[in-house]
Design a protein. Sequence first.
Length: 104
Amino acid sequence: MVNATISLQILPTAKNTAKSWEIIDEVIKLIKNSGVKYEVGPMETTMEGELDTLFHIVKKSQTIAIANGATAVFSNVKILYDPKGVATIKEKVTKHRINSKKRQ
């Protein structure tokens, strides 16, 4: 059962913009390799799973960013938690994606 959804935006401080993108790519790779369901968006990455697992990924994201050249990391984190379960990413967005495709 999915009991949490976390959206994570990582904003690393780096010497140049290109390096910032490389750092973000490393964080996304961490999320991809974690085994949780996730979706990369233009401003943040949303993950779903068990709260403790997702918190671990958020924490590890900070250390990955520093290890890859960030001098500091600003992170925005949004959390939806319900021990009884939350809607999946797919359940939250499918209706809206179908409607947006019709407008194009």
